[in-house]
Design a protein around this ligand. Structure first.
Ligand code: AMP
Ligand code: ZN
Ligand code: FE
Ligand code: FE
Length: 281
């Protein structure tokens, strides 16, 4: 029985492996279909599709859009959309531009704290237009200011830490509409990020559904069996599609493997057909 992985990052955003290398890991892990879901960018898709054709792995167009939730974030995944759609392409470019406005401010804070780092160094390491805090974390690691990406976030980059700078983000309803406009299915990523529980969570997700949300990421690397069961219940109750993925990033999350997460993740192949159908509806 094959497995899926519908949440993967590559060097086109803040992952450390190229699309081809991610596909190689997927093949080794018995993954039969996957989606590359880079942050705010779709440029990794053609290379992934070429590698997929070679390895016999289906590559579904994917993306992960960061949206605002009060003073924190919520992420919307998109699947089976037209990734060459010019309107979506332009909207994603605007999101990347907002990263380039924020990132130098983060660098200024780090420099004021006495750390020798420049945005040129970060951009050179990133090698992509979707530059994020994990790239800044990697430069801090290379310069031995921190020993892990987690330490960089815990000491400097996370919300509330001294180098944190917010960036302009779309509302969840906008991110959802952008995926729908490009004929795709929008899915709530890592639902533990939603700060509500119980009935408040149900109410929150049914609001997103009214705004066009099509599914929820029930299977996820960090979910406990209880969380998986609870989100499955929620999906059934609200008639949302069930998806799942590892959120593989390579060295930024060294404990997470393609298709297997921390070891117990297994996203059933049967989830793919309803997702594909929903995109055509
Ligand atoms: P950005 O989109 O540039 O604001 O960076 C956000 C990304 O950084 C997220 O998608 C995560 O992959 C990562 N991230 C956010 N918070 C943390 C954290 N506390 N520890 C490690 N990684 C984090
Ligand atoms: Zn990421
Ligand atoms: Fe995310
Ligand atoms: Fe992700």
């Amino acid at each position: 029985m094959g497995r899926l992985d519908l949440h993967l990052h590559t060097t086109h955003s803040d992952g450390s492996l190229s699309p081809t290398d991610v596909l190689t890991r997927a093949q080794q892990g018995g993954v039969t279909a996957l989606a590359i879901t880079d942050h705010d960018i779709t440029s990794g898709i053609p290379e992934a599709q070429a590698a997929g054709a070679q390895f016999g792995i289906e590559v579904i167009p994917g993306v992960e859009i960061s949206a605002r939730l009060d003073d924190s974030e919520l992420h919307i995944l998109g699947y089976f959309f037209d990734w060459q759609d010019p309107v979506l392409t332009d909207r994603l470019k605007r999101l990347r531009d907002s990263r380039h406005r924020r990132n130098p401010q983060i660098i200024d804070h780090l420099r004021a704290l006495g750390l020798d780092i420049t945005y040129d160094e970060v951009r050179a390491l990133a090698g992509t237009e979707s530059v994020g805090r994990p790239h800044i974390a990697r430069v801090l690691m290379e310069k031995k200011y921190v020993s892990s990406s987690k330490e960089a976030f815990d000491r400097y980059l996370a919300h509330g830490k001294p180098a944190y700078v917010p960036r302009e983000l779309p509302e969840p309803a906008e991110a959802i509409a952008w995926i729908r406009d490009a004929k795709g299915v929008p899915v709530l990523a890592h639902p533990t990020w939603v700060p509500h529980r119980g009935e408040a969570l149900v109410k929150f997700c049914s609001q997103l559904k009214m705004e066009g949300l099509g599914g929820i990421e029930v299977h996820y690397s960090t979910h406990t069996p209880r969380q998986t069961a609870d989100y499955l219940d929620l999906a059934r109750r609200l008639d949302l599609l069930v998806t799942g993925g590892s959120d593989f990033h390579g060295i930024a999350k060294p404990d997470i493997e393609v298709g297997r997460g921390r070891g117990s993740l297994s996203v059933p192949e049967q989830l793919l057909a309803p997702l594909r159908l929903a995109a055509r509806a």
